[in-house]
Write a protein that binds this ligand. Structure first.
Ligand code: ACO
Length: 469
């Protein structure tokens, strides 16, 4: 690790100490046992409390404020690992050796080149599109560059896969003796063929294409939006460094590169959140990983999910200065309006990601007057909200509260905060999709029908009079 970034490591380790101290009295985790299906659980609206699958990828303990990836706590990963190592960890389940990491990085560099996709993107009015919409479009275009999923050839392969499915062979026709040996031989050939066929659109390679590709497209979209040509990545920079470089056209400092890396690690995975669930639902239909990631991007852009960080900056600008905070908050509180960047479905203590990003925002803004002003307003607002809503409803800052301040201090525009979140979350989406596909079952919850069921049919000429629904 670069020498002058050791201060950042100290900030992360201090956040770890604070997290341990503040939640030491909270109960130990509950949801860590293998599931014995069918499982009983209490489900609230929005599937709150529902258990959909087992996972080994990540764990969020809302009361203790823990975030764990593959057994490692988020603070240690931020302090001692890089985003490339963490992406590898999420996908494969273990931290890479030097040789494995070098090979993985080489692959990611190779997959950064998405020339055809960028050319295609440039034929769309990117400057008029929201970056998340452009990113979603770009992900679809990448699917065409890297796969042949929509070609006739691919479709015939898919038909072969379905035809070769074990379930399509009735039990009574299962061969015996010599025929069985031939059957087994052909079955192995079929399995090999299925693996080859799926490699292009659903396998690990596609996941790595997406990991590098979504980052590369984010850089290109940032440039195209302000009428500039995309810049080529720099082979000497890390994944995080290239992200800043390709977005801003400026080489990042070691501190900026390190902080972007930490931010990518913090956003990489977070349980069955809305975008991860959206990606998994699409994958569970045996669609493909490009379209799954597209669904994740679509879900992430909403203001109740990843879109909140952009709104936080708007909110801080609206407040204007720290003296205005108490009156501004009081007004919102009375009207029961939501404060962006606060609250979480799972965390009922400090979000550990906010514990890291808060001090990093302070560190990054110390030299810049405008960013410092925003940070001071944020700190004052945090105090007000925690004093009131923290005590009443266990509402604390979430990951989105400080991330925008960190990014804007690096010169990144507010409408790119959520795309940055997406770049990182591709690691979690794809790892979880791959894990789920190993024991895939199509997602199919039910809705309770509460409408009428005995209405008499109304002919068109009689409609519109005395309508009752
Ligand atoms: N400000 C004020 N009150 C809040 C907030 C908030 N940010 N969040 C929740 N509450 C209150 C609600 O008004 C509600 O109060 P009530 O019980 O008196 O009606 C109670 O807390 C529960 O809120 P819900 O919206 O039901 O909680 P839910 O778990 O469904 O929502 C969510 C979680 C969407 C994150 C919510 O806290 C919110 O809207 N926060 C603001 C948006 C935001 O910051 N989103 C980013 C989340 S992190 C992420 O997705 C990466």
């Amino acid at each position: 690790m670069h020498e002058n970034t050791s201060e950042i490591t100290d900030i992360i380790l201090n956040a770890k100490e604070r997290a341990i101290k503040e939640t030491s009295r909270e109960p130990e985790p509950e949801l860590t046992k293998p599931i014995n299906w069918p499982v009983e659980c209490v489900v609230g609206p929005g599937l709150e409390g529902a258990i959909a699958c087992e996972t080994r990828i990540g764990y969020v303990n809302g009361s203790k404020g823990w975030l764990i990836y593959r057994g490692y706590n988020i603070f240690d990963l931020c302090a001692y690992a890089t985003f490339e190592e963490v992406s590898y960890l999420l996908m494969y389940g273990y931290l890479p050796s030097n040789t494995q990491l070098a090979a993985f990085k080489k692959k990611l560099v190779e997959y950064r080149s998405t020339h055809q996709t960028k050319r295609l993107l440039m034929s769309f009015p990117i400057e008029k599109m929201k970056p998340m919409a452009a990113l979603r479009l770009g992900t679809n275009l990448m699917r065409q560059e890297f796969t042949d999923v929509d070609s006739d050839n691919y479709l015939s392969n898919v038909v072969r896969i379905i035809a070769a499915d074990e379930d399509s062979i009735p039990m009574e026709t299962k061969p015996r003796g010599e025929e069985h040996a031939i059957y087994e031989f052909k079955r192995q050939q079929r399995e090999h063929m299925i693996k080859e066929d799926l490699k292009h659109a659903t396998g690990f390679e596609s996941c790595f294409h997406l990991l590098s590709g979504v980052a590369s497209l984010t850089g290109a979209i940032a440039r195209l939006r302000c009428g500039k040509m995309p810049v080529e990545h720099d082979p000497d920079l890390s994944f995080a460094g290239n992200l800043i470089f390709t977005m801003t056209g400026k080489k990042p400092t070691a501190i900026e590169e390190r902080i972007m890396d930490v931010s990518l690690i913090l956003h990489a995975d977070h349980g069955m959140n809305a975008s991860t669930f959206a990606a998994m639902v699409v994958a569970s239909t045996l669609s493909d990983v490009y379209l799954s990631v597209g669904a994740g991007i679509a879900a992430l852009q909403g203001p109740l999910h990843g879109g909140a960080n952009e709104r936080v900056i708007e909110m801080l600008q609206e407040i204007g200065n720290e003296e205005n905070v108490p009156a501004w908050f009081e007004k919102k509180h009375v009207k029961k309006e939501k404060i962006m960047g606060f609250g979480h479905r799972v965390y009922k203590s400090y979000d550990p990601r906010a514990l890291v990003l808060g001090p990093l925002a302070k560190y990054m803004t110390k030299e810049n007057k405008e960013s410092k002003r925003l940070y001071k307003i944020a700190k004052a607002l945090e105090k007000e909200v925690v004093k009131t809503l923290g005590a009443q409803k266990r509402i604390f800052p979430n990951v989105d509260f400080y991330s925008g301040i960190v990014y804007s201090s690096m010169g990144i525009e507010a409408d790119f905060f959520t795309p940055l979140f997406a770049v990182s979350r591709v690691a979690g989406w794809t790892a979880r999709v791959q894990e789920y596909l190993r024991n895939n079952r199509i997602f199919r919850p039910r809705a309770m029908y509460v409408g009428p069921y005995d209405k008499e049919f109304t002919f068109i000429e009689n409609r519109g009079r005395n309508i009752k629904t």
